[in-house]
Ligand binder design. Structure first.
Ligand code: XIL
Length: 378
């Protein structure tokens, strides 16, 4: 069979293994920020015990945009992904609708490529996610399965997906967004909780643990930056599960912030109270969006405010003992989900569309560096 040129390029792009410190060659003249030298990256200055991560763009909203799959095709994106970060999270490539599009059919090629990339570039991987109310395929949501069937479907999914990447995924967001803002469980929109009852949450963790006993298992949610009804609900749930012998290792805070609102000043205190329970914590999806009416650029004041939010969040994580992972939800505005989901808002990541570093980037770099003066960390 004759392989079309574009397909050949795709295959090539997805199999090229980049060195840990990619060369600058190939970047357009005058296009590169002050250095992709390995000493001038986030991972190099990160304290040894804190992973600095990003989402890997692909799936989800990217599929309706006017560009090909970023991770597969954008070489400059891949270079920076390798150079800047020592942890990566699939943005959509492990969500049910992507990885399990038809009953009994798994689509692993994209995630396999991400895991291979991580191994080649000495990065750890966060798995996201196994148990969620959103981005589920129609065959599942509209399948009219019996309780026994649903239970078997969930168990098979968790064991198949976690098992495939056993030893290769460091942390799993086993359950994502299971509580409403008022601290009650999502009993209507989460298919698993609605159909099988709250006990299924413990089973999800048990099955994940069986499939990879080494992986650290987390709850993950938004709107839990501060001390509030939702974070209180996790603080109550996690020890209760542990008392039943269920392995839960950590509590993760997404961190989708907006300059419309004040910075959640109790973030550190909130992380600390989970740390006090003996849990690991993580910031898993931080971005800081701002109002950018069509045709306008962010002001210097907005960019400064944004940088301050990133910095304070990172400082909170670094200060808390077992906050070991800080992940930004994309590193360039070129691929951010924010303008697609929040009308009139954007500019939420630390680099512009052409990868120019924003004040927020330097805030992260400086914060990491001052937490580990003089140390180089690949
Ligand atoms: C978002 C992705 O960034 C988009 O590409 C996709 O279209 C929708 O989901 N909380 C989560 C993430 O846990 O999985 C979401 O990611 C953002 C909110």
């Amino acid at each position: 069979m004759k392989v079309p040129h574009v397909l050949a390029a795709a295959v090539l792009a997805s199999t090229i293994l980049l060195p840990a410190t990619p060369a600058l060659a190939g970047l357009p003249e005058g296009h590169q920020p002050p250095g992709l030298a390995k000493q001038d990256t986030l991972r190099w200055v990160a304290p040894k015990d804190v992973k600095i991560g990003t989402a890997v763009a692909g799936g989800g909203h990217h599929e309706t945009q006017g560009y090909p799959d970023p991770f597969t095709f954008d070489q400059e994106y891949r270079q920076r992904l390798a150079a800047e970060f020592n942890s990566i999270s699939p943005e959509n490539q492990l969500k049910w609708e992507f990885v399990h599009p038809e009953q009994g059919v798994y689509r692993f090629a994209e995630m396999d490529a991400i895991v291979q990339f991580a191994q080649e570039n000495k990065q750890v991987v966060r798995g996201h996610t196994l148990f969620w109310h959103s981005q589920n395929p129609a065959w599942l949501e509209q399948g009219n399965f019996s309780k026994d069937e649903l239970r078997a479907i969930l168990k098979d999914h968790i064991q198949t997906v976690v098992g495939r990447y056993a030893g290769k995924i460091q942390q799993w967001d086993v359950a994502n967004e299971i509580f409403n803002d008022n601290g009650t469980l999502r009993t209507t929109d989460n298919i698993w909780i609605r159909e099988l009852g709250p006990e299924i949450i413990a089973d999800a963790f048990r099955w994940a643990h069986e499939a990879d006993p080494e992986a650290k298992l987390f709850f993950n949610d938004y709107g839990v930056e501060g001390i509030n009804a939702k974070s209180n609900a996790y603080l109550e749930l996690i020890p209760r599960l542990q008392a039943q012998g269920v392995q839960v290792d950590g509590f993760a805070i997404q961190g989708h912030l907006s300059t419309r609102y004040g910075f959640p000043g109790d973030l550190q205190a909130n992380l600390q109270r989970f740390d006090d329970l003996g849990l690991e914590t993580a910031i898993t999806e931080i971005d800081v969006r701002m109002d950018v009416p069509v045709g306008t650029e962010p002001t210097a004041a907005q960019l400064k405010q944004q940088a301050g939010y990133y910095q304070r969040a990172l400082e909170a994580c670094i200060t808390v003992d077992e906050c070991n992972s800080f992940t930004i939800w994309g590193f360039t505005d070129k691929y951010s989900w924010v303008p697609v989901f929040f009308a009139g808002e954007g500019e939420a990541t630390v680099m512009e569309e052409d990868f120019t570093r924003k004040p927020a980037y330097y805030a992260l770099q400086d914060t990491l560096e001052s937490a580990s003066p003089g140390r180089g960390n690949r």
